[in-house]
Design a protein around this ligand. Structure first.
Ligand code: RB5
Length: 148
């Protein structure tokens, strides 16, 4: 599995923790920045990271900012991306099982590193259930293809 990861300054510390987890689990990843706590504009990292997932270069993406909201909005503008903002394990699992989310977003100013790490583990382990959920995703894709 290959993961694309990114954060702005608001998610920078949390990103370091998530990277430690990925390294412990021997999961391959690419860090799309930012690489310091200096303020940046979250679209500058969230969009390239999500685009790399959409191009199929990575299996999934994890994108962090202060709240997880800005990067979630950005990622969901990229065609083919289903980004889910999750600060609890139930939503994280459901975002995979029902929504086939391919990007997880979280807020470094919202959630602590231990819960965030558990969320990432559960999100990576959960599988899409397909079936009626596939039909719903196809309706989203149909709209997306018509709109662009
Ligand atoms: C940056 O101050 C902050 O606005 C950003 O990290 C994020 O929370 C936006 O949604």
């Amino acid at each position: 599995m290959k993961i694309a990861i990114a954060s702005d300054h608001g998610g920078f510390e949390l990103k370091k923790e998530i990277i430690k987890l990925l390294e412990r689990k021997k999961i391959e990843y690419k860090d799309f920045g930012t690489f310091s706590a200096e303020p940046i504009d979250y679209p500058d990292v969230a969009i390239p990271c999500a685009e790399a997932v959409a191009r199929g270069e990575f299996d999934k993406g994890i994108i962090l900012c202060g709240t997880g909201i800005g990067v979630c909005i950005c990622a969901n503008k990229v065609k083919g991306i289903r980004a889910a903002l999750c600060h609890d394990t139930f939503s994280a699992r459901m975002s995979r099982m029902h929504n086939d989310a391919n990007v997880l977003t979280m807020g470094g100013r919202v959630i602590g590193p231990s819960l965030a790490a558990t969320i990432v583990e559960e999100w990576l382990d959960a599988e899409f259930e397909g079936g009626r959920h596939q039909r719903r995703l196809e309706k989203i894709s149909k709209y997306e293809n018509k709109a662009q």
